[in-house]
Design a protein around this ligand. Structure first.
Ligand SMILES: NC(=O)c1ccc[n+]([C@@H]2O[C@H](COP(=O)([O-])OP(=O)(O)OC[C@H]3O[C@@H](n4cnc5c(N)ncnc54)[C@H](OP(=O)(O)O)[C@@H]3O)[C@@H](O)[C@H]2O)c1
Length: 202
């Protein structure tokens, strides 16, 4: 599968690496253009290429891995989503360490805001509930797979995210529609930061 990754910092890089290892082609972009990512993509191997933001946003599946404060800058109204899958991996920080601050959204949620900014995309929330160091940390036991939660309104789009997660040797757990599931998964929600493992019977 061809995956566009918008954001090439800790999360974007790590997802690119693991998606490539799972046999996907990843196109990654930051705000500074593909030349700035030349060394990175060389390290990540031939399945990962660097592109411009517009190219990434044209991919069949797009993972949003930019700071929450930049989401409105990148999800511009001119983008023709045409039912493509947009996986929102953001957390609603308005500032990071040492002065962490979470956006005050009232009754709203981050992924619903993303869905409104990309009205003809099929938006799924995934990859945001665990820090990257935890998401891909060694497992305590080979029979265990680390759980990643997924929320979305479109069953096929949720399925796409689940396939990506499974390919990375993680265990996807759907938690319902974007509004309800996304709230549980966002900062302050009961699934945010929750590390669980699935033990397979075989
Ligand atoms: N780090 C984690 O463990 C983790 C885990 C789960 C979820 N998340 C969430 O995932 C998102 C990314 O986190 P992160 O830690 O990888 O780093 P980050 O510092 O939140 O994101 C930086 C990346 O976003 C890019 N970016 C910023 N503005 C952009 C724009 N207008 N167009 C294109 N790219 C732009 C930056 O490019 P430049 O370098 O060119 O500015 C950089 O590659 C955040 O929302 C975070 O909350 C992070």
């Amino acid at each position: 599968m061809k995956i566009g990754i918008l954001g090439a910092a800790k999360l974007g890089q790590s997802l690119a690496r693991h998606l490539a290892e799972a046999g996907h082609d990843a196109l990654i972009a930051n705000s500074r253009g593909p030349e700035s990512l030349r060394e990175l993509v060389t390290q990540l191997g031939s399945r990962v290429t660097a592109g411009h933001v517009a190219d990434v946003l044209n991919s069949p599946v797009v993972i949003l891995a930019v700071p929450w404060t930049k989401v409105r800058d990148v999800l511009t109204p001119d983008i023709e989503w045409r039912d493509r899958v947009l996986i929102d991996a953001t957390n609603i920080f308005v500032s990071y360490a040492p002065a962490f601050e979470i956006d005050e959204l009232g009754e709203d949620s981050g992924s619903e805001i993303v869905a409104r900014l990309a009205p003809s995309a099929r938006v799924v929330k995934a990859f945001n509930t665990l820090p990257i160091e935890v998401m891909f940390a060694p497992r305590p036991d080979d029979g265990l797979r680390r759980v990643l939660f997924v929320a979305g309104d479109d069953a096929d789009a949720v399925c796409v995210a689940q396939q990506l997660i499974t390919g990375m040797d993680l265990y996807p757990v759907p938690v319902g529609p974007l509004a309800a599931g996304g709230r549980l998964m966002q900062l302050g929600g009961s699934l945010s930061g929750l590390e669980l493992f699935f033990a397979s019977r075989d």
